[in-house]
Ligand binder design. Sequence first.
Ligand SMILES: O=C1O[C@H](COP(=O)(O)O)[C@@H](O)[C@H](O)[C@H]1O
Length: 244
Amino acid sequence: MSDPRIVVHRGGDLLAAATAARLVTALVDAQAARGEAHLVLTGGRTGTAVLEQLRDIPARDAVDWSRVELYWGDERFLPSGDPQRNETQAREALLDHVPVPAEHVHVVEASDGRFGDDPDAAAAAYAELLGEGFAFDVCLLGVGEEGHVASVFPDSPAVHERDRAVVAVRNCPKPPPTRVSLSLPAIRASREVWLMTTGAAKAGAVASALGGAGEVDLPAAGAVGTERTLWLLDTAAASKLPPR
Ligand SMILES: O=C1O[C@H](COP(=O)(O)O)[C@@H](O)[C@H](O)[C@H]1O
């Protein structure tokens, strides 16, 4: 597992623009090395801002979108098309604007989908879709005020998951209450994990995660990649880190 590397940008807009540029390079490099690029998307404000930036930069055409496979780190378990679904937001921000084949967009089933209102069945189906031995190239994650990543919240059943790659999450402290999420072991099956966050409200969680907190109290601390772990921050989110 890789040690975290911290990159601080002067503001949220710059962070989103720089991360979009970084993502182009990572996808192109993955395609050059292995033919395909497997990318995990995140919801949240920073993650969506990165996708909007990626949509708007000419360099996005350097990516061969026909050889990109897309997944989600977590999904809000709501009807298809609900504006709160991470899928809906990612489609609007990027996916409706790039030529990624529909069959490469691996969404978590919606609450009005194949399994009806059963998040456990949706989680099991997503785990089956991932199969054995998957390795994402890049896993994008936001970070919550209390240190959640994907929908793995502090001291929740999900943070203790060791066997399953995907779990149903109920009674989330942040709405909506029912979600489907990758577990920390699944996140750690990524070559690169990029934790992206902005704003002073995140500064405490960032400092604790990078200051040695345990993953049960602060799930972001347990989100590491096999080759690289990047913390992409703005100055406000980095404001409680010790001076470097
Ligand atoms: O609920 C969620 O929140 C986190 C963080 O969101 P942000 O708006 O504070 O950046 C996000 O990473 C996660 O995917 C999402 O479902």
